[in-house]
Write a new protein. Sequence first.
Length: 248
Amino acid sequence: MSVLCTVLLLRLPDAGNPCDAFLPGAEYHDNNCFLPINEYLTFEDAQHRCENLNATLVEPETETLIAYMDQFASRNFENTDLLWLGLDVPMGLFLRWQSSGSVVSINNWARGWLTSRIRLGNQEVRSVMSGELGWSWNVTLKSDLAKAVCQKDISDECGGLFVAGRCFTLHRQASNWADAKVDGLGKVRVNCFPKAIATWHGRDSNPRPPDLESEALTTLPRCPHKTLRSIRSCTVNYLPMPAESGQR
């Protein structure tokens, strides 16, 4: 049986920087926030600084993120700086990212880094981005001083779908549009406003109103959908509408 649903899209009043709600002062890129720490810290102090912000030391795991971090570092630091990475560099073992434990498959090591690692022997070392080496990676002693970048994945903060810097959360608790607006605004910690309304028939149909974020709507689950939480985000409310006379 065909189901008629209506979408109410509540969005941030200003697209702005989504990191303002999750990691103030950070720069947004690809569902992550990056905060420069312009202080000289030991590895452990830098790690604790990021953990206190519910973030991690930066982990550029992809070629795209490596390229972005090169640009980010050039904008925010001196070309003589070292920046801690969230990466252990043990002897004779696979390199793994600290937060996920995943094996490093893409890297940006400077020429001669392995020689430096061997020279440091059994001392505790960590990896850094080196400004003097064009922000390629090198190793240094864990007790040395370097600056840092804290990284926070804000897609986990959404409770729904995180697309292009916005969070879309689904819930069906409201019984009418007035209640939906109150319910949506009551759940979020930022001010939102109704963006637009769209209706469509059928579970397998994707709405494509010209004034809605099409990228978000094409990735939304099919209607109807069970309730999802809304955490510090704006919401997309799916409300089943009464079937018209003669509708099947």
